[in-house]
Design a protein around this ligand. Structure first.
Ligand code: ZN
Length: 103
């Protein structure tokens, strides 16, 4: 799978200008002890939006991913990064959406 293509980075809190996030604080011990790589980009949540019309489940399509975290100083939730990834189309629930229709 190709690496994500970063299209925007927002390292500073727009309110207090701090660079420290809650997910960085939460994973600091894990990074210090080597349980996760030090360079791992951490996050609290992400939002994935397909850039193409999904066709069949399992097909890889480009998606924009906006990544969010919370400022460790002032508590503001903020976008920290936006990137393009290739991700598989998820199968929506329901037999009417099953991709392989019998003839
Ligand atoms: Zn802040």
């Amino acid at each position: 799978m190709p690496e994500p293509r970063i299209i925007a980075n927002f390292p500073d809190c727009p309110v207090c200008k701090s660079k420290v996030t809650i997910s960085e604080l939460a994973t600091a011990d894990l990074k210090a002890t080597g349980k996760i790589p030090k360079e791992t980009f951490t996050m609290l949540r992400q939002n994935v939006v397909p850039l193409e019309q999904p066709t069949l489940a399992g097909v890889m399509i480009p998606c924009i991913v906006t990544i969010f975290d919370v400022c460790a100083i002032c508590g503001t939730e903020r976008c920290t990064r936006a990137q393009i990834v290739m991700a598989p189309v998820q199968a929506p629930p329901g037999p009417h959406n099953y991709p392989f229709r019998p003839r």
